[in-house]
Design a protein around this ligand. Structure first.
Ligand code: NIG
Ligand code: FE
Length: 412
């Protein structure tokens, strides 16, 4: 199976060499070929260049992209798309004045989603989650991290992992599975968090590791959830079992989780709506990717991650949806790219770098995804006609996408 896309107005995020991460000032650069072609064979990007060099190339499928932009698919490095039902009633409660924390303290929030998930079969959960993933693919996402974390019992967490395994086997999208081992404290452990942390360390992590599904381990390090000390214990246990940390930190409070993540070689530290100079210092000279989740700030009305401070310090930044039922019920990366420009004051180039190559890095596979590079996987977006790629974030809320190619196949 071969696809030739020709007469491309702008082919963007094109790299001759296999870049793995883009940092600081370099995030303002977005390599581009005008009047280009792109040739795909099976699931791989084989060749590209200006139209002058396209002569003689033929393919089973030829797409005329006159007036259109072509770019690598979005890489969404932080999602919780395996969940049951929704939390629309809490959404209405918040409009009527309750806060996210008040709802959580009443047994809503993550505990509400856990109750629903525990009572939902693996098949039903798979069905609901695949529907979300397929909608994300149609909006241009080609690689997705998926977390557990709504189980809150060993049994339900393992059920979530099995759902993620089925999705990974069946989907054309590339999936990065994460064990979100510590997401909230179940009500029966409210007075005895130590026992719950012990259960995670002694039972959940070993059993999850034996299934060999998840590559990453995550903890929600936050007041009222898991302290820096709890997080440390859980990450250390996870690392002993071969998991790589990716953690939720600084969503509402700065506890010191960023430095802890860096010390434990976390692949990413996510949220960072609150951030101080010590956090920035900890991230410098590390391999840890900071990840901003503007959809969560938008939905909850909390501060946006100070992206300028991060990038201007010479650091890299990725952006992701945080698709989940409580704090960001949207898997639309186009909206995330728009919000990054409008609210985080990132340039279109920075936002696109953050949503492609750096997102792929935050999942551990930027060697195969996140740029238009020979040998990389053919996950490609063809936009509707537009004057320049800056129209992708500019026309917020609109769908900029005309055609999606995933793993070398046209997505219909
Ligand atoms: O990333 N912060 C923790 N976890 C999710 C929200 C969970 C929920 O409200 O269901 C997040 O925002
Ligand atoms: Fe999250």
């Amino acid at each position: 199976m071969s696809i030739l896309i020709k007469n491309i107005k702008q082919l963007i995020q094109v790299h001759e060499n296999n870049v793995l991460i883009v940092k600081g000032k370099d995030m303002k650069k977005l390599p581009i070929i005008e009047n280009a072609y792109l040739y795909i064979q099976d699931d791989t990007i084989v060749e590209f260049g200006t139209m002058d060099f396209c002569e003689g190339i033929d393919a089973e499928t030829v797409i005329d992209a006159t007036g259109k932009i072509v770019l690598p698919s979005w890489c969404d490095s932080h999602t919780h798309i395996v969940y049951a039902g929704n939390r629309v009633s809490e959404f209405v409660d918040r409009i009527n004045g309750l806060s996210y924390t008040e709802i959580a303290n009443r047994g809503g929030g993550i505990l509400n989603s856990a109750k629903k998930l525990q009572n939902t079969s693996e098949d039903e959960l798979y069905k609901q989650s695949v529907k979300r993933l397929n909608e994300m693919i149609s909006m241009g996402t080609g690689a997705v991290e998926i977390k557990t974390g709504y189980g809150l019992t060993v049994e339900a967490e393992l059920k979530m992992l099995k759902v993620i395994r089925r999705i990974k086997r069946d989907s054309l999208a590339r999936i990065a599975p994460t064990l979100l081992a510590a997401h909230a404290i179940p009500s029966e452990y409210r007075q005895d968090k130590t026992s719950y942390v012990n259960k995670i360390v002694k039972e959940l992590i070993p059993k999850a590791s034996a299934l060999r599904i998840a590559k990453y381990i995550d903890v929600f390090c936050e007041e009222g959830y898991f302290s820096v000390e709890d997080t440390k214990q859980i990450l250390e246990a996870g690392k002993k079992h071969g998991f790589i940390p990716k953690i939720h930190v600084n969503q509402f409070n700065i506890l010191g989780g960023v430095a802890l993540g860096v010390e434990h070689n976390a692949l990413s530290v996510d949220h960072l709506e609150e951030l101080n100079t010590d956090d920035i210092k900890a991230l410098k000279n590390s391999d840890t990717m900071p990840v901003a989740l503007p959809g969560c700030s938008y939905f909850l009305g909390i501060p946006y991650t100070p992206a300028r401070q991060i990038i201007d310090a010479g650091l890299p930044l990725a952006i992701a949806t945080d698709y989940n039922p409580g704090s960001s019920p949207s898997g639309n990366m186009n909206f995330v790219v728009s919000s990054a420009c409008i609210k985080l004051k990132m340039t279109p180039e920075e936002a696109i770098n953050a949503a492609t190559i750096n997102g792929a890095y935050a999942m551990g596979f930027s060697n195969m995804y996140g740029s238009v590079t020979r040998g990389k996987k053919a996950n490609i977006i063809i936009t509707k006609p537009m004057d320049s790629y800056a129209e992708i974030p500019y026309a917020f809320g609109h769908n900029p996408i005309d055609t999606v190619i995933i793993n070398g196949q046209l997505w219909t």
